[in-house]
Design a protein around this ligand. Structure first.
Ligand code: NAP
Length: 284
């Protein structure tokens, strides 16, 4: 078997068109465009690239976007003032603070300061809690994006065995909650798991989110599985690599995401979907 490619670029582009159409309709009815504010602290080159992609995405679908750039030595108070100010703005639907933050800043305090109703990253404990009790509000973007990828396969996933590798607050844990909500039997493997190979071999759906290239031997993949690689690591030559040995996995899976061009564009799509969701809620 050779897997079909789950092309995140193509799927995200299609879904972005729908968001652009909804935005055009809102504006035609006299409403303002959905608005996203991104706070960036410091000069981390990768963060600058991610933020510029987010702004470009917003421009493509007709959203208003703003960047608030604070210096590398910004204090906790300065950052908290910035977030509080954005929380209060009526024309801003989504507030996002780009991570990682410089060491002097308490990132978790900032996450919890963002108004949960504007938390378009979906990282606030309120939003994670809503997902945990099966009443999702704003959903973490990567897990939301992976669910959209799974939907694009047209394979009913209720009842399937899903294994997630990696248990971070931002990706692994919300991914488990999403798949549980969708009716899968969920296993989360992490660095203390005793038999990663067995966990992977059992998975009808495999999602890896660790950031260790080649961690998952492609020969472990269950024949016919849907394989989603969230991991992205840049090697010395500047090439991006996933966690899963792609070529071997592709010979066994039914569907597989490439790296890059798989989950990344869907994460960015999730941010647009969340921002539109907040804007529509405001109108209601
Ligand atoms: P993270 O916070 O570093 O989390 C990685 C997780 O993997 C942690 O739970 C870690 O456990 C666990 N882990 C470490 N070694 C392991 C092992 N041998 N087996 C199983 N689990 C292991 O990273 P993240 O934010 O979740 O991101 C994970 C990867 O996805 C990174 O490569 C990141 O760049 C990528 N990513 C991609 C997108 C996208 O849009 N494509 C979005 C977000 C993240 P401990 O915490 O106990 O160390």
């Amino acid at each position: 078997m050779t897997a079909q490619i789950l092309n995140g670029n193509r799927i995200a582009k299609q879904l972005r068109q729908g968001i652009a159409e909804q935005t055009t309709q809102l504006i035609a009815k006299g409403y303002r465009a959905p608005g996203l504010a991104v706070v960036l602290v410091g000069d981390d080159p990768a963060s600058h690239v991610y933020v510029s992609h987010k702004q470009r995405d917003c421009a493509q679908v007709g959203f208003h976007s703003e960047l608030l750039h604070l210096p590398n030595d910004a204090t906790q108070q300065q950052l908290e003032d910035a977030v509080t100010g954005l929380n209060a703005r009526k024309d801003i639907d989504g507030v996002l603070v780009q991570v990682p933050l410089p060491d002097q800043l308490d990132a978790q305090r900032i996450v919890e300061l963002i108004d949960p109703s504007k938390d378009v990253d979906g990282f606030h404990p309120y939003n994670l809690g809503r997902l945990a009790i099966r009443q999702p509000a704003l959903r973490p973007c990567t897990a939301r994006g992976v669910m959209a990828l799974l939907e694009a396969t047209n394979i009913p996933i209720r009842g399937l065995d899903a294994t997630i590798v990696g248990a971070s607050n931002h990706v692994g844990r919300p991914m488990g909650l999403e798949l549980l909500l969708a009716g899968c039997t969920v296993t989360t493997a992490h660095k203390f798991s005793k038999n990663l190979a067995a966990n992977v071999q059992n998975a009808d759906i495999l999602v890896s989110a660790v950031g260790k290239p080649g961690l998952i031997d492609g020969n472990w993949v269950k024949p016919g599985a849907i394989v989603v690689d969230v991991g992205i690591t840049r090697d010395d030559q500047g090439k991006l690599n996933g966690d899963i040995q792609f070529e071997a996995a592709k010979q066994r899976a039914s569907w597989i995401t490439p790296v890059p061009g798989g989950v990344g564009p869907m994460t960015r799509l999730g941010l647009l979907q969340n921002t539109l969701q907040v804007a529509l809620q405001q109108l209601r």
